[in-house]
Write a protein that binds this ligand. Structure first.
Ligand code: HEC
Length: 460
Protein backbone atom coordinates (compact mmCIF):
# COMPACT_ATOMS: atom_id res chain seq x y z
CA UNK A 1 0.00 0.00 0.00
CA UNK A 2 2.72 2.40 1.07
CA UNK A 3 4.84 1.44 -1.89
CA UNK A 4 1.95 2.16 -4.17
CA UNK A 5 1.62 5.62 -2.66
CA UNK A 6 5.25 6.30 -3.33
CA UNK A 7 4.91 5.18 -6.88
CA UNK A 8 1.91 7.46 -7.26
CA UNK A 9 3.80 10.37 -5.75
CA UNK A 10 6.70 9.65 -8.09
CA UNK A 11 4.35 9.58 -11.03
CA UNK A 12 2.82 12.89 -10.02
CA UNK A 13 6.29 14.40 -9.69
CA UNK A 14 7.20 13.20 -13.17
CA UNK A 15 3.96 14.57 -14.51
CA UNK A 16 4.59 17.79 -12.66
CA UNK A 17 8.02 17.88 -14.25
CA UNK A 18 6.67 17.46 -17.74
CA UNK A 19 3.91 19.98 -17.06
CA UNK A 20 6.65 22.33 -15.97
CA UNK A 21 7.93 22.11 -19.52
CA UNK A 22 4.78 24.01 -20.48
CA UNK A 23 6.54 27.07 -19.13
CA UNK A 24 8.65 26.81 -22.26
CA UNK A 25 6.93 29.14 -24.71
CA UNK A 26 5.04 27.54 -27.56
CA UNK A 27 6.92 27.52 -30.85
CA UNK A 28 5.82 28.10 -34.41
CA UNK A 29 6.56 24.51 -35.47
CA UNK A 30 5.06 23.21 -32.25
CA UNK A 31 1.68 24.67 -31.26
CA UNK A 32 1.37 27.80 -33.39
CA UNK A 33 1.41 26.65 -37.01
CA UNK A 34 -1.47 24.19 -36.51
CA UNK A 35 -3.60 26.97 -34.94
CA UNK A 36 -2.86 29.40 -37.76
CA UNK A 37 -3.43 26.74 -40.41
CA UNK A 38 -6.77 25.69 -39.01
CA UNK A 39 -8.13 29.17 -38.27
CA UNK A 40 -6.40 31.84 -40.30
CA UNK A 41 -4.76 30.58 -43.47
CA UNK A 42 -8.08 30.14 -45.30
CA UNK A 43 -8.08 33.94 -45.79
CA UNK A 44 -4.46 34.77 -44.98
CA UNK A 45 -2.80 33.17 -47.96
CA UNK A 46 -1.39 34.36 -51.28
CA UNK A 47 -4.42 35.52 -53.29
CA UNK A 48 -6.73 35.27 -50.25
CA UNK A 49 -8.95 38.11 -49.03
CA UNK A 50 -6.67 39.14 -46.18
CA UNK A 51 -3.91 41.68 -46.80
CA UNK A 52 -0.98 39.41 -45.79
CA UNK A 53 -0.30 35.66 -45.61
CA UNK A 54 0.07 33.68 -42.40
CA UNK A 55 1.12 30.40 -43.97
CA UNK A 56 4.89 30.77 -43.61
CA UNK A 57 7.12 30.93 -40.56
CA UNK A 58 8.60 34.25 -41.76
CA UNK A 59 5.28 36.04 -42.08
CA UNK A 60 3.83 34.57 -38.92
CA UNK A 61 6.88 35.66 -36.88
CA UNK A 62 6.86 39.12 -38.40
CA UNK A 63 3.17 39.57 -37.57
CA UNK A 64 3.31 37.95 -34.12
CA UNK A 65 2.54 41.10 -32.06
CA UNK A 66 -0.33 42.03 -34.39
CA UNK A 67 -1.65 38.46 -34.22
CA UNK A 68 -1.61 38.52 -30.43
CA UNK A 69 -3.56 41.76 -30.25
CA UNK A 70 -6.05 40.75 -32.96
CA UNK A 71 -6.94 37.47 -31.24
CA UNK A 72 -7.00 38.92 -27.72
CA UNK A 73 -9.40 41.65 -28.78
CA UNK A 74 -11.54 39.21 -30.73
CA UNK A 75 -11.05 40.96 -34.10
CA UNK A 76 -9.64 37.80 -35.65
CA UNK A 77 -10.82 35.40 -36.86
CA UNK A 78 -13.71 37.64 -37.91
CA UNK A 79 -16.97 36.24 -36.54
CA UNK A 80 -19.65 38.79 -35.65
CA UNK A 81 -22.30 36.63 -33.90
CA UNK A 82 -21.92 36.87 -30.14
CA UNK A 83 -22.31 34.29 -27.39
CA UNK A 84 -26.09 34.76 -27.18
CA UNK A 85 -26.50 33.46 -30.76
CA UNK A 86 -27.27 29.80 -31.44
CA UNK A 87 -24.35 27.64 -32.62
CA UNK A 88 -23.79 28.30 -36.30
CA UNK A 89 -22.34 26.16 -39.06
CA UNK A 90 -18.79 27.06 -39.96
CA UNK A 91 -18.19 29.17 -36.86
CA UNK A 92 -14.86 30.91 -36.79
CA UNK A 93 -13.87 30.96 -33.14
CA UNK A 94 -10.59 30.31 -31.33
CA UNK A 95 -10.56 28.35 -28.07
CA UNK A 96 -9.21 30.23 -25.03
CA UNK A 97 -6.24 27.80 -25.06
CA UNK A 98 -5.42 28.72 -28.65
CA UNK A 99 -5.59 32.44 -27.84
CA UNK A 100 -3.30 31.88 -24.84
CA UNK A 101 -0.82 29.93 -26.96
CA UNK A 102 -0.62 32.65 -29.63
CA UNK A 103 -0.20 35.35 -27.01
CA UNK A 104 2.58 33.62 -25.07
CA UNK A 105 4.34 32.75 -28.31
CA UNK A 106 4.30 36.40 -29.36
CA UNK A 107 5.47 37.51 -25.90
CA UNK A 108 8.39 35.11 -26.08
CA UNK A 109 9.56 36.73 -29.32
CA UNK A 110 7.92 34.26 -31.72
CA UNK A 111 10.38 31.34 -31.46
CA UNK A 112 10.30 28.96 -34.43
CA UNK A 113 11.30 25.74 -32.62
CA UNK A 114 12.12 22.46 -34.33
CA UNK A 115 11.01 21.97 -37.88
CA UNK A 116 11.48 23.60 -41.22
CA UNK A 117 10.04 24.23 -44.62
CA UNK A 118 6.43 24.87 -45.35
CA UNK A 119 4.00 23.44 -42.85
CA UNK A 120 1.25 21.56 -44.60
CA UNK A 121 -1.79 23.76 -44.57
CA UNK A 122 -5.18 23.18 -43.10
CA UNK A 123 -7.69 20.55 -43.97
CA UNK A 124 -9.43 22.92 -46.35
CA UNK A 125 -11.74 20.92 -48.59
CA UNK A 126 -10.58 20.90 -52.21
CA UNK A 127 -12.30 23.59 -54.26
CA UNK A 128 -15.38 22.21 -55.99
CA UNK A 129 -15.99 22.87 -59.66
CA UNK A 130 -19.09 25.01 -60.07
CA UNK A 131 -21.91 23.66 -62.22
CA UNK A 132 -22.36 27.01 -63.86
CA UNK A 133 -20.10 30.05 -64.16
CA UNK A 134 -21.55 33.24 -65.55
CA UNK A 135 -20.85 36.97 -65.41
CA UNK A 136 -22.18 40.35 -66.41
CA UNK A 137 -22.27 40.07 -70.22
CA UNK A 138 -20.10 43.19 -70.61
CA UNK A 139 -18.00 45.28 -68.25
CA UNK A 140 -19.82 48.32 -66.84
CA UNK A 141 -18.16 51.51 -65.68
CA UNK A 142 -20.39 53.05 -63.01
CA UNK A 143 -21.53 56.63 -63.45
CA UNK A 144 -18.96 58.79 -61.67
CA UNK A 145 -21.43 61.71 -61.41
CA UNK A 146 -23.45 59.66 -58.92
CA UNK A 147 -22.55 58.82 -55.35
CA UNK A 148 -24.44 55.52 -55.52
CA UNK A 149 -25.12 53.81 -58.86
CA UNK A 150 -27.60 50.90 -58.87
CA UNK A 151 -27.48 48.85 -62.04
CA UNK A 152 -29.19 45.65 -63.17
CA UNK A 153 -27.67 43.16 -65.60
CA UNK A 154 -29.42 40.26 -67.33
CA UNK A 155 -27.05 37.30 -67.05
CA UNK A 156 -26.68 34.96 -70.02
CA UNK A 157 -27.32 31.74 -68.11
CA UNK A 158 -30.49 29.94 -69.21
CA UNK A 159 -32.20 27.12 -67.36
CA UNK A 160 -33.82 24.46 -69.49
CA UNK A 161 -35.11 22.44 -66.56
CA UNK A 162 -36.07 23.19 -62.97
CA UNK A 163 -32.98 23.17 -60.78
CA UNK A 164 -32.07 23.65 -57.16
CA UNK A 165 -29.15 25.88 -56.29
CA UNK A 166 -27.25 24.32 -53.41
CA UNK A 167 -24.65 27.03 -53.10
CA UNK A 168 -23.19 30.05 -54.84
CA UNK A 169 -20.22 32.39 -54.90
CA UNK A 170 -20.54 35.97 -56.10
CA UNK A 171 -17.22 37.49 -57.13
CA UNK A 172 -17.32 41.28 -57.40
CA UNK A 173 -15.02 42.50 -60.14
CA UNK A 174 -14.10 45.73 -58.32
CA UNK A 175 -14.15 45.11 -54.59
CA UNK A 176 -13.53 48.82 -53.91
CA UNK A 177 -16.67 49.91 -55.76
CA UNK A 178 -19.18 47.13 -55.23
CA UNK A 179 -21.26 47.72 -52.12
CA UNK A 180 -23.75 44.92 -52.61
CA UNK A 181 -24.95 42.42 -55.19
CA UNK A 182 -28.40 40.83 -55.22
CA UNK A 183 -29.41 38.03 -57.57
CA UNK A 184 -33.05 38.18 -58.62
CA UNK A 185 -34.68 35.36 -60.54
CA UNK A 186 -37.13 36.50 -63.18
CA UNK A 187 -39.73 34.33 -64.86
CA UNK A 188 -40.03 33.88 -68.65
CA UNK A 189 -42.73 36.60 -68.82
CA UNK A 190 -40.29 39.23 -67.51
CA UNK A 191 -37.37 38.34 -69.79
CA UNK A 192 -38.73 40.36 -72.73
CA UNK A 193 -39.11 43.43 -70.55
CA UNK A 194 -35.57 42.98 -69.26
CA UNK A 195 -34.22 42.75 -72.82
CA UNK A 196 -36.04 45.93 -73.78
CA UNK A 197 -34.50 47.88 -70.89
CA UNK A 198 -31.03 46.41 -71.24
CA UNK A 199 -28.73 48.98 -72.85
CA UNK A 200 -31.60 51.41 -73.62
CA UNK A 201 -29.58 54.34 -72.22
CA UNK A 202 -26.54 53.41 -74.28
CA UNK A 203 -24.74 51.63 -71.44
CA UNK A 204 -24.79 47.98 -70.37
CA UNK A 205 -27.70 47.03 -68.11
CA UNK A 206 -30.32 49.39 -66.76
CA UNK A 207 -30.86 51.73 -63.82
CA UNK A 208 -32.09 49.63 -60.94
CA UNK A 209 -32.71 51.51 -57.70
CA UNK A 210 -34.83 49.32 -55.40
CA UNK A 211 -34.83 46.30 -57.73
CA UNK A 212 -35.16 45.28 -61.37
CA UNK A 213 -38.72 46.67 -61.74
CA UNK A 214 -39.87 44.25 -64.39
CA UNK A 215 -43.44 43.85 -63.19
CA UNK A 216 -45.24 42.95 -60.02
CA UNK A 217 -43.90 39.42 -59.64
CA UNK A 218 -40.22 40.30 -59.79
CA UNK A 219 -37.79 41.90 -57.44
CA UNK A 220 -39.08 40.69 -54.09
CA UNK A 221 -36.12 40.47 -51.75
CA UNK A 222 -37.58 37.36 -50.13
CA UNK A 223 -37.35 35.52 -53.45
CA UNK A 224 -33.78 36.58 -54.16
CA UNK A 225 -31.52 33.73 -55.17
CA UNK A 226 -28.59 35.14 -53.28
CA UNK A 227 -26.58 38.19 -52.39
CA UNK A 228 -23.14 39.50 -51.64
CA UNK A 229 -22.21 42.15 -49.08
CA UNK A 230 -18.74 43.00 -47.75
CA UNK A 231 -17.34 40.07 -45.82
CA UNK A 232 -19.53 37.42 -47.44
CA UNK A 233 -17.57 34.31 -48.30
CA UNK A 234 -20.27 32.59 -50.33
CA UNK A 235 -23.20 30.47 -49.30
CA UNK A 236 -23.80 26.74 -49.16
CA UNK A 237 -27.32 25.87 -48.12
CA UNK A 238 -27.71 23.12 -45.52
CA UNK A 239 -27.70 19.61 -47.00
CA UNK A 240 -31.04 18.55 -48.41
CA UNK A 241 -32.20 22.12 -49.07
CA UNK A 242 -31.77 24.58 -51.92
CA UNK A 243 -33.15 27.58 -53.75
CA UNK A 244 -35.40 26.54 -56.59
CA UNK A 245 -35.00 28.05 -60.08
CA UNK A 246 -37.74 27.16 -62.55
CA UNK A 247 -37.10 26.27 -66.18
CA UNK A 248 -37.18 29.32 -68.46
CA UNK A 249 -36.12 31.72 -65.68
CA UNK A 250 -33.16 34.05 -65.94
CA UNK A 251 -31.00 35.75 -63.34
CA UNK A 252 -30.81 39.52 -62.99
CA UNK A 253 -27.77 40.71 -61.07
CA UNK A 254 -28.32 44.00 -59.25
CA UNK A 255 -25.06 45.71 -58.38
CA UNK A 256 -24.82 48.71 -56.08
CA UNK A 257 -21.70 50.71 -56.85
CA UNK A 258 -20.56 53.24 -54.31
CA UNK A 259 -18.49 55.89 -56.02
CA UNK A 260 -16.35 56.99 -53.13
CA UNK A 261 -13.63 55.08 -55.02
CA UNK A 262 -12.73 56.07 -58.61
CA UNK A 263 -15.01 54.56 -61.29
CA UNK A 264 -13.45 51.58 -63.06
CA UNK A 265 -14.94 48.95 -65.38
CA UNK A 266 -16.52 46.15 -63.36
CA UNK A 267 -17.54 42.71 -64.51
CA UNK A 268 -18.79 40.80 -61.49
CA UNK A 269 -19.07 37.02 -61.74
CA UNK A 270 -21.27 34.30 -60.35
CA UNK A 271 -20.61 30.62 -59.68
CA UNK A 272 -23.51 28.29 -58.99
CA UNK A 273 -23.51 24.81 -57.49
CA UNK A 274 -26.56 22.67 -58.20
CA UNK A 275 -28.12 19.99 -56.02
CA UNK A 276 -28.17 16.46 -57.32
CA UNK A 277 -31.49 16.38 -59.23
CA UNK A 278 -32.43 13.00 -57.75
CA UNK A 279 -32.07 14.29 -54.17
CA UNK A 280 -35.37 16.24 -54.11
CA UNK A 281 -34.15 19.13 -51.94
CA UNK A 282 -36.58 21.13 -49.81
CA UNK A 283 -37.07 24.62 -51.23
CA UNK A 284 -35.77 27.45 -49.04
CA UNK A 285 -38.04 30.41 -48.36
CA UNK A 286 -37.05 33.73 -46.86
CA UNK A 287 -38.99 35.80 -44.39
CA UNK A 288 -37.82 39.39 -44.69
CA UNK A 289 -37.67 41.57 -41.57
CA UNK A 290 -37.27 45.33 -41.44
CA UNK A 291 -37.67 48.07 -38.86
CA UNK A 292 -38.10 51.84 -39.25
CA UNK A 293 -34.94 53.94 -39.28
CA UNK A 294 -35.39 57.30 -37.56
CA UNK A 295 -31.98 58.11 -36.14
CA UNK A 296 -31.64 61.59 -34.69
CA UNK A 297 -28.64 63.83 -34.24
CA UNK A 298 -27.16 63.74 -30.75
CA UNK A 299 -28.23 66.46 -28.30
CA UNK A 300 -26.44 69.74 -28.94
CA UNK A 301 -25.92 69.06 -32.66
CA UNK A 302 -28.36 70.86 -34.92
CA UNK A 303 -28.62 72.38 -38.36
CA UNK A 304 -30.39 71.51 -41.57
CA UNK A 305 -28.77 68.09 -41.87
CA UNK A 306 -30.30 67.15 -38.54
CA UNK A 307 -33.84 67.79 -39.73
CA UNK A 308 -35.90 64.83 -40.85
CA UNK A 309 -37.31 66.81 -43.77
CA UNK A 310 -33.88 67.35 -45.24
CA UNK A 311 -33.11 63.62 -45.00
CA UNK A 312 -36.31 62.91 -46.93
CA UNK A 313 -35.75 65.36 -49.76
CA UNK A 314 -35.20 62.36 -52.00
CA UNK A 315 -38.80 61.30 -52.58
CA UNK A 316 -38.01 57.59 -52.88
CA UNK A 317 -36.75 57.63 -49.29
CA UNK A 318 -39.98 59.13 -48.01
CA UNK A 319 -41.98 56.37 -49.67
CA UNK A 320 -39.81 53.69 -48.06
CA UNK A 321 -39.95 55.35 -44.61
CA UNK A 322 -43.74 55.64 -44.76
CA UNK A 323 -44.10 52.05 -45.97
CA UNK A 324 -42.06 50.62 -43.11
CA UNK A 325 -43.96 52.61 -40.47
CA UNK A 326 -47.18 51.27 -41.95
CA UNK A 327 -45.82 47.71 -41.85
CA UNK A 328 -44.72 48.05 -38.23
CA UNK A 329 -47.68 50.07 -36.93
CA UNK A 330 -45.39 52.88 -35.78
CA UNK A 331 -45.33 56.61 -36.40
CA UNK A 332 -42.55 59.13 -36.79
CA UNK A 333 -43.74 60.78 -33.57
CA UNK A 334 -43.04 57.57 -31.64
CA UNK A 335 -39.42 58.05 -32.55
CA UNK A 336 -39.24 61.84 -32.24
CA UNK A 337 -40.63 61.73 -28.71
CA UNK A 338 -38.08 59.30 -27.38
CA UNK A 339 -35.25 60.13 -25.07
CA UNK A 340 -32.12 59.17 -27.00
CA UNK A 341 -29.61 59.88 -24.24
CA UNK A 342 -26.34 60.97 -25.80
CA UNK A 343 -27.46 59.57 -29.17
CA UNK A 344 -24.93 56.75 -29.16
CA UNK A 345 -27.39 53.86 -28.74
CA UNK A 346 -30.58 54.55 -30.67
CA UNK A 347 -32.67 51.41 -30.93
CA UNK A 348 -35.42 50.51 -33.38
CA UNK A 349 -37.41 47.30 -33.70
CA UNK A 350 -40.37 45.74 -35.41
CA UNK A 351 -42.29 42.51 -34.78
CA UNK A 352 -43.55 40.10 -37.43
CA UNK A 353 -46.00 37.23 -37.08
CA UNK A 354 -45.05 33.77 -38.35
CA UNK A 355 -47.78 32.78 -40.79
CA UNK A 356 -47.25 29.02 -41.03
CA UNK A 357 -45.40 26.23 -39.26
CA UNK A 358 -41.89 25.64 -40.51
CA UNK A 359 -38.26 25.14 -39.67
CA UNK A 360 -35.82 28.04 -39.50
CA UNK A 361 -32.44 27.16 -40.98
CA UNK A 362 -30.60 30.44 -40.74
CA UNK A 363 -30.61 34.21 -40.51
CA UNK A 364 -29.17 37.24 -42.22
CA UNK A 365 -28.43 40.77 -41.08
CA UNK A 366 -27.79 44.06 -42.83
CA UNK A 367 -27.11 47.57 -41.59
CA UNK A 368 -24.69 50.24 -42.78
CA UNK A 369 -21.95 52.31 -41.20
CA UNK A 370 -23.69 53.68 -38.09
CA UNK A 371 -25.07 50.30 -36.97
CA UNK A 372 -23.52 49.03 -33.72
CA UNK A 373 -25.68 46.08 -32.63
CA UNK A 374 -28.20 43.75 -34.27
CA UNK A 375 -30.57 41.08 -33.00
CA UNK A 376 -33.32 38.76 -34.21
CA UNK A 377 -35.34 37.02 -31.53
CA UNK A 378 -38.25 34.62 -31.51
CA UNK A 379 -41.14 35.33 -29.13
CA UNK A 380 -39.41 38.19 -27.30
CA UNK A 381 -40.67 39.01 -23.82
CA UNK A 382 -42.10 35.52 -23.28
CA UNK A 383 -40.62 32.67 -21.21
CA UNK A 384 -39.90 30.80 -24.45
CA UNK A 385 -37.87 33.63 -25.97
CA UNK A 386 -35.10 32.40 -28.24
CA UNK A 387 -32.34 34.53 -29.75
CA UNK A 388 -31.85 33.64 -33.42
CA UNK A 389 -28.96 36.02 -34.01
CA UNK A 390 -27.14 38.45 -31.77
CA UNK A 391 -24.38 40.67 -33.10
CA UNK A 392 -23.12 42.71 -30.16
CA UNK A 393 -20.51 44.63 -32.18
CA UNK A 394 -21.68 45.29 -35.71
CA UNK A 395 -18.96 45.65 -38.33
CA UNK A 396 -20.04 46.81 -41.78
CA UNK A 397 -17.11 44.92 -43.32
CA UNK A 398 -18.19 41.54 -41.98
CA UNK A 399 -21.77 40.87 -42.93
CA UNK A 400 -23.49 37.79 -44.06
CA UNK A 401 -25.84 34.95 -43.72
CA UNK A 402 -25.59 32.37 -40.95
CA UNK A 403 -26.98 28.85 -40.81
CA UNK A 404 -27.78 27.14 -37.50
CA UNK A 405 -26.10 23.90 -36.39
CA UNK A 406 -29.56 22.80 -35.18
CA UNK A 407 -32.63 24.00 -37.10
CA UNK A 408 -35.19 25.91 -34.99
CA UNK A 409 -38.91 25.18 -35.02
CA UNK A 410 -41.27 28.00 -36.05
CA UNK A 411 -44.96 27.80 -35.20
CA UNK A 412 -47.77 29.70 -36.77
CA UNK A 413 -48.50 32.69 -34.51
CA UNK A 414 -44.92 32.98 -33.19
CA UNK A 415 -43.53 36.50 -33.19
CA UNK A 416 -40.17 37.46 -34.59
CA UNK A 417 -38.47 40.71 -33.62
CA UNK A 418 -35.72 42.46 -35.52
CA UNK A 419 -33.87 45.09 -33.56
CA UNK A 420 -31.06 47.41 -34.57
CA UNK A 421 -28.97 49.89 -32.60
CA UNK A 422 -27.22 52.92 -34.13
CA UNK A 423 -24.55 55.22 -32.82
CA UNK A 424 -25.11 58.68 -34.27
CA UNK A 425 -23.08 60.57 -31.69
CA UNK A 426 -19.67 60.60 -33.25
CA UNK A 427 -18.07 61.73 -36.43
CA UNK A 428 -17.09 58.51 -38.20
CA UNK A 429 -15.13 57.87 -41.38
CA UNK A 430 -17.20 57.42 -44.51
CA UNK A 431 -16.45 54.90 -47.24
CA UNK A 432 -14.14 57.41 -48.93
CA UNK A 433 -12.17 57.87 -45.70
CA UNK A 434 -13.57 61.38 -45.15
CA UNK A 435 -15.38 62.22 -41.91
CA UNK A 436 -19.16 61.82 -41.81
CA UNK A 437 -20.77 64.27 -39.42
CA UNK A 438 -23.94 63.12 -37.64
CA UNK A 439 -27.12 63.88 -39.59
CA UNK A 440 -30.72 62.66 -39.44
CA UNK A 441 -30.72 59.13 -40.85
CA UNK A 442 -33.61 57.41 -42.53
CA UNK A 443 -33.98 54.14 -44.35
CA UNK A 444 -32.18 54.16 -47.69
CA UNK A 445 -29.98 51.95 -49.81
CA UNK A 446 -27.24 54.58 -50.06
CA UNK A 447 -24.08 53.73 -48.18
CA UNK A 448 -24.44 56.73 -45.88
CA UNK A 449 -28.18 56.17 -45.34
CA UNK A 450 -29.09 53.38 -42.94
CA UNK A 451 -31.00 50.13 -43.01
CA UNK A 452 -32.35 47.72 -40.45
CA UNK A 453 -32.86 44.64 -42.55
CA UNK A 454 -32.84 40.98 -41.64
CA UNK A 455 -34.19 37.69 -42.79
CA UNK A 456 -34.92 34.14 -41.79
CA UNK A 457 -34.31 31.29 -44.21
CA UNK A 458 -36.77 28.49 -43.59
CA UNK A 459 -38.31 25.37 -45.06
CA UNK A 460 -41.87 24.05 -44.78
C1 HEC B 1 -12.54 35.07 -43.06
C2 HEC B 1 -11.25 35.59 -43.39
C3 HEC B 1 -10.20 35.77 -42.30
C4 HEC B 1 -9.84 34.86 -41.33
C5 HEC B 1 -10.39 33.46 -41.10
C6 HEC B 1 -8.81 35.52 -40.58
N1 HEC B 1 -8.57 36.76 -41.07
FE1 HEC B 1 -7.23 38.12 -40.32
N2 HEC B 1 -7.87 39.47 -41.70
C7 HEC B 1 -8.77 39.25 -42.70
C8 HEC B 1 -8.96 40.48 -43.46
C9 HEC B 1 -9.87 40.65 -44.67
C10 HEC B 1 -8.13 41.45 -42.88
C11 HEC B 1 -7.97 42.91 -43.28
C12 HEC B 1 -9.17 43.71 -42.97
C13 HEC B 1 -9.58 43.74 -41.54
O1 HEC B 1 -8.75 44.13 -40.69
O2 HEC B 1 -10.72 43.38 -41.22
C14 HEC B 1 -7.46 40.78 -41.77
C15 HEC B 1 -6.57 41.42 -40.92
C16 HEC B 1 -5.82 40.79 -39.94
C17 HEC B 1 -4.85 41.44 -39.10
C18 HEC B 1 -4.47 42.94 -39.13
C19 HEC B 1 -5.61 43.79 -38.67
C20 HEC B 1 -6.02 43.62 -37.22
O3 HEC B 1 -7.24 43.60 -36.96
O4 HEC B 1 -5.16 43.47 -36.35
C21 HEC B 1 -4.32 40.50 -38.27
C22 HEC B 1 -3.25 40.67 -37.25
C23 HEC B 1 -5.00 39.23 -38.60
N3 HEC B 1 -5.89 39.46 -39.61
C24 HEC B 1 -4.75 38.03 -37.97
C25 HEC B 1 -5.53 36.90 -38.13
C26 HEC B 1 -5.36 35.69 -37.37
C27 HEC B 1 -4.29 35.47 -36.31
C28 HEC B 1 -6.33 34.83 -37.79
C29 HEC B 1 -6.63 33.45 -37.26
C30 HEC B 1 -6.69 33.28 -35.84
C31 HEC B 1 -7.09 35.50 -38.82
N4 HEC B 1 -6.58 36.74 -39.01
C32 HEC B 1 -8.18 34.92 -39.48
C33 HEC B 1 -9.44 38.08 -42.94
C34 HEC B 1 -9.39 36.96 -42.14
Amino acid sequence: MKAQRWILAGLLLCLGGSLGAADEPPTYYGAVAPILNANCVGCHTEGGIAPFPLDSAEWAAKMAPAIASAVTEGRMPPWPPGAASPRMRGERRLSPEAVAALVSWAKAGAPLGEGKGPVLTSSRPPARTPDLVTAMPRAYTPDSRLYDDYRCFLLDAEFERDIFVQGYRIKPGQGQLVHHVILFVIGPEAVQRARAQDGADGRPGWQCFGGPRLGASTGALGDALGFWVPGTQGTDYPPGTGKEVKAGSRIVMQVHYNLSAPARPDQSRLELFFSDPSSRPRPIHRMILAAPVEVRCPPGVSGKACERASALERSELKRVADGIHLLCGTTVEDYLRRDIGDGSRQETHCDFGVREDGTALGVLAHMHLRGVAFRISLNPGTPGERVLLDIPRWDFHWQGEYYFEEPIVLRRGDRVRISCVYDNAETILGPDGRPLEPRYLTWGEGTTDEMCLGGISWVK
